[in-house]
Design a protein around this ligand. Sequence first.
Ligand code: ATP
Ligand code: MG
Ligand code: MG
Length: 426
Amino acid sequence: SYRKGGYHAVRVGDQFAGGRYIAQGKLGWGQFSTVWLAYDTQSSNYVALKIQKSASQFAQAALHEIEVLSSIANGDPSNSKCVVRLIDHFKHAGPNGHHHCMVLEFLGDSLLRLIRHSRYKGLELNKVREICKCILIGLDYLHRELCLIHNDLKPENILLYSTIDPAKDPIRSGLTPILQRPEGSLNGGSTMNIIEKKLKRRAKRAVAKISERRASMGGATEKPKKCLDGVDVRCKVVDFGNACWADKQFAEEIQTRQYRAPEVILRSGYSFSVDMWSFACTAFELATGDMMFAPKGGQGFSEDEDHLALMMELLGKMPRKIAVGGARSKDFFDRYGDLKRIRRLKFWPLDRLLVDKYKFSENEAREFAEFLCPLLDFIPEKRPTAQQCLQHPWLNLRTSAQIEMKKGDIEKLHVGMSNLQLKVGK
Ligand code: ATP
Ligand code: MG
Ligand code: MG
């Protein structure tokens, strides 16, 4: 893809926008772009530089993304709405053409990496709650204030960040990207500045300390659900390449397969509630480590039909009106609202699945299912909005383990106090 119309090849130390930004290392890439860590000499901050492929369709997509990101930034001057911030944009001329570049605030690893880090066992429920709150704040802002639909919400498009300055507190900021990247991947080369070097050295020490701490806990691999203990987990929604204004939709097929809402498969029209569906799929994946729906085509049925079958096995039968109401309904359903090719469904309701397969306690399963199920209503209009969802009691629940811990803390406090009294008495 590094040819005319494709990616722009970058080397560490390359300068952009007349020398303002200096490339430090590659952060990631997508179908449209490569993303680089860059040093902003004007603000003395690290930024993420997204360099789009140059062909006209990519350039057009970049202009759209810049327009969306600009309105996001304009509507959130205090940068508190859990959505990535656009700092600057410009065009860069290279051997492969002219590339639109977006300068974004520098964020950390994606939730997908976090799930991988848990060895696909899922995160502790309190962490899931914190992450869910952030995503919902972001969605509420996009939906209610900007009338934007994200259209591609999934763990990969939600990035962690730390509010703790890694230079000041490398341990607690243990989730900033610099600390997470393998040694050498941010090799700064000759133009690497002193701050970067210092940061790297501290990062190395921090990584060592974190591994020490994990080892003393019996190893991160043994107790994956604990590996984020004590870290203030925050995240932001990114990747607005597919976002659209609710009244200006341009694509019928939206969303990444596994996070796609039923009305998109059926071509019944869509709105903000498609993001709520994807949100529920994401929350489930965070808590269990598994995708909620992972359809595949088989003999005599398509991936779409399998997807609909999986949905109904988990959520019950789709109301007939909804099933037969889409432009593509006839491809999948007969006139009674039964699937044409997949006749026998094995129902496994969400709360039972959480208990039987994922070993949730009865309580945890019931509470989590009560949070998720309304978001997975087959009738899109019935799904709660992000604003309503933010009011849900599940988001403020504490797990019994946490209550236990609190009790333990109080006991420790008592012991500490009586020791103190002894000392004072002496
Ligand atoms: P896609 O094919 O998913 O549409 P894309 O070309 O639009 O990809 P993004 O998804 O925006 O690109 O970014 C690609 C990757 O770069 C992300 O998955 C992430 O790893 C990294 N990345 C993007 N933005 C940032 C950021 N602000 N801070 C740190 N890393 C980032
Ligand atoms: Mg992406
Ligand atoms: Mg994109």
